[in-house]
Design a protein around this ligand. Structure first.
Ligand code: ZN
Length: 388
């Protein structure tokens, strides 16, 4: 269960008193008048730490993203046997070791990424590979510290540090403190524990996609997308402007940035079109530079597309809504090329979850969350189903 959900589960027990938007002063953003309220602590059971892990993975553009919370890979012995070769099974699942100087990846000099042979989690870049003379592929640092878990190993009368894959707990090898600079570490691997993908094929390792949307207050947009099945993470941030902004710069409306969210999702579970459908159902795309009482270019409705394909999908989607007359007025959502996405200050992340009693959250954000729960019931995370 994610943090957002643990927070909102208490809502059925709270008498919601919606504040009329008219009571919020118009102009520079009703939200800003609320932001200094004392945050309320999130209530509810803590998330079950055993079912998910925070790791970094490649997206479908070949970029490493995260850390994001993903399910562990837990298979039965028979399932592992059908997925792995006998030698891989012996090493990955039973902490075996391959013969020195025999591994297929020992002398691999190509540029690319080495991933866990059990679950595909990226482990090492060729940038950190070096010839240790040990007879096993050696690296001085992992591609993402989160992806490797260290365990004390006292087998064979030695005290060593075993390294396993964080997601599937497959045995990779050991780490020693006799490596080269800059880390002084030597990650000693079995070739059989790894698969290699060349740099120009990194998109093949892609497990997640991301989408960047703006639709007014990012607290609200973030809360809406957190509800959806197949969505791993939603971050609030700023994009579409110049420089690296802070919140106070963005609220001035002079930097060109929009409050936006970056949604990391599994394209096998939920599509980009589904995300567009949810976005256009949960904000007003017909009011120029405005959502309700939040006024300014920072609150504009926008789709930040990563490539021509995303742009074409969004264009066609909007044209369709206009043709069908779904909204009374014409859609004014801007389509803008995605440049840099700046993650907002930590207190903006999970804001709705962390501040369920905030007046703005109750009046503006929760109705949007209720709307997504009602209109997209079949797309909700199981834990997001409305409580009976
Ligand atoms: Zn793994």
């Amino acid at each position: 269960m994610n943090r957002f959900l643990t927070g909102v589960l208490v809502l059925p027990f709270i008498v919601l008193v919606p504040l009329a938007l008219a009571t919020l002063a118009p102009g520079t953003g009703a939200k800003d008048q609320m932001k200094n309220n004392t945050p309320d602590a999130a209530q509810g059971d803590p998330a079950d730490p055993s079912s998910t892990v925070a790791v970094r993975v490649f997206d479908t553009n070949g970029q490493l993203v995260g850390p994001i919370s993903m399910p562990r890979v837990q298979l039965t012995e028979d399932e592992w046997k059908s997925r792995l070769s006998p030698e891989q099974f012996r090493i990955l699942r039973n902490a075996g070791t391959e013969q020195a100087f025999c591994g297929t990846l020992l002398d691999n000099k190509m540029e690319g990424v080495y991933a866990c042979a059990g679950c595909g989690l990226p482990m090492f870049s060729s940038d950190s590979k070096f010839n240790s003379g040990s007879g096993w592929p050696s690296y001085y640092q992992p591609i993402a510290a989160e992806n490797i878990t260290e365990r004390r190993d006292v087998s064979f009368g030695m005290v060593r540090v075993e390294i396993v894959c964080t997601r599937c707990e497959g045995h990779l090898g050991h780490v020693f403190d006799d490596g080269p600079r800059p880390t002084g570490l030597r990650y000693c691997l079995n070739s059989e524990s790894l698969t290699f993908t060349q740099d120009d094929r990194l998109a093949d390792l892609g497990e997640v996609s991301d989408a960047v949307f703006a639709g007014g207050c990012f607290w609200c947009v973030e809360a809406v997308f957190e509800e959806l099945k197949g969505v791993y993470s939603v971050e609030s941030g700023y994009t579409g402007g110049d420089g690296t902004p802070a919140y106070k710069d963005v609220t001035s409306g002079t930097t060109g940035h929009a409050e936006a969210v970056r949604i990391v999702f599994d394209p096998k579970v939920i599509s980009y079109e589904d995300l567009l459908r949810v976005h256009f159902a949960t904000h007003d795309p017909t009011t120029l530079n405005r959502q309700g009482a939040d006024v300014g270019t920072q609150y504009r409705s926008a789709i930040f597309y990563r490539d021509d394909k995303e742009k074409a999908i969004a264009e066609a989607f909007i044209a369709d809504l206009n043709d069908q007359g779904v909204f009374k007025s014409k859609i004014v959502t801007t389509l803008e090329p995605l440049d840099e996405f700046h993650v907002a200050e930590p207190y903006h992340q999970d804001y709705v979850c962390n501040n369920p009693n905030n007046g703005y959250v109750r009046a503006v954000a929760m109705p949007k969350v209720e709307k997504v729960r009602e209109k997209f019931a079949d797309k909700l995370k199981e834990t997001a189903q409305p409580q009976p």
